[in-house]
Design a protein around this ligand. Structure first.
Ligand code: PDD
Length: 274
């Protein structure tokens, strides 16, 4: 699969044609990155993504290659060159020996179908821990291994299980469980602080749903009634099973959270335009 799927991309602030895109600028050395959803051609939760990018750089002790205003201008430049309404873009800060470059480009984006939202998706357990979980660093080896496992099992997402046998997060999403009417999700210091997760927690506070910041043990899955994942592409997506454990996908909380979340998305689009 092609890494850059648009006709143009941004390299260090300059608009380039995709013919000159070089994958090694992303996959060689260290890449700190963000995946931002574009809705109606506008980046969703742009400020949150740039704040998280800065936090990742700090953890990894890397320098900022472009500030928020430059990145904003770059994204506008890319969208003017090629307008795509519903797609993800990737912002990559790459550090390879003495060279550093930043890139912004459209990526191949798959969003869940309405059938997946209605019936839930199949997930599997995967024993792995992300190093520096609060930083969004490209880990090509782990991603590829999980990708292969998901293809073998025909599953949508893998839930990472740490050395204490606790389910922390999805390989590219955050995980929530519903147990006896309460929501459970991992504490933020041991996962990627997902932007979707942040807004779902905000919605829960606003509509009076209690959230417990505790992990569910891999041995304790069967005590939970429902589960869902959150992320830039899936938004709020019910899980129908983890391996052989099946869940109730009819719990209306999930559809309700998605509805409230979409309102926050709309607000964020308005604030980017202003
Ligand atoms: N991944 N946890 C991990 C490990 C992730 O890689 C992601 C996102 C999330 C969800 O974060 P957010 O709600 O901000 O999308 C949680 C992106 C989309 C990716 O690498 O493709």
């Amino acid at each position: 699969m092609k890494e850059c799927c648009g006709s143009h991309f941004i390299l260090n602030g300059q608009l380039e044609s995709t013919g000159s895109f070089n994958d090694s600028l992303v996959f060689k050395g260290d890449s700190i990155y963000e995946v931002i959803r574009m809705t109606k051609g506008i980046p969703v939760f742009f400020n949150d993504h740039i704040e998280r990018l800065k936090a990742s750089l700090k953890i990894q002790n890397k320098k900022l290659l472009a500030d928020i205003n430059a990145l904003r201008t770059d994204i506008l430049q890319l969208t003017h060159a090629e307008k795509k309404k519903e797609i993800n873009i990737k912002v990559v800060f790459n550090y390879n020996e003495n060279e550093s470059n930043y890139l912004i480009y459209y990526i191949d984006s798959a969003y869940p179908t309405s059938e997946q939202y209605n019936r839930g998706v199949k997930t599997i357990l995967y024993f792995a821990e992300r190093k520096d979980p609060n930083a969004k660093v490209l880990n090509y080896r782990l991603r590829s291994a999980i990708h292969q496992e998901l293809a073998n099992e025909q599953a949508y997402e893998a839930f990472l299980v740490n050395n204490d046998n606790l389910i922390t997060e999805g390989s590219r999403s955050n995980v929530f469980f519903i147990k006896n009417g309460l929501l459970f999700t991992a504490p933020e210091d041991i996962v990627l602080k997902g932007i979707t997760r942040k807004y779902i927690i905000q919605v829960c506070n606003e509509i009076g749903i209690e959230v417990r910041f505790e992990c569910i043990s891999a041995d304790d899955i069967s005590s939970c009634q429902s589960s869902f994942i959150t992320g830039t592409s899936p938004m709020v997506l019910p899980v129908c099973c983890i391996d052989e454990n099946h869940f109730d996908v009819s719990n209306t909380i999930m559809a309700e959270l998605r509805r409230y979340y979409l309102k926050k998305v709309e607000k964020s689009l308005e604030s980017f335009i202003q």
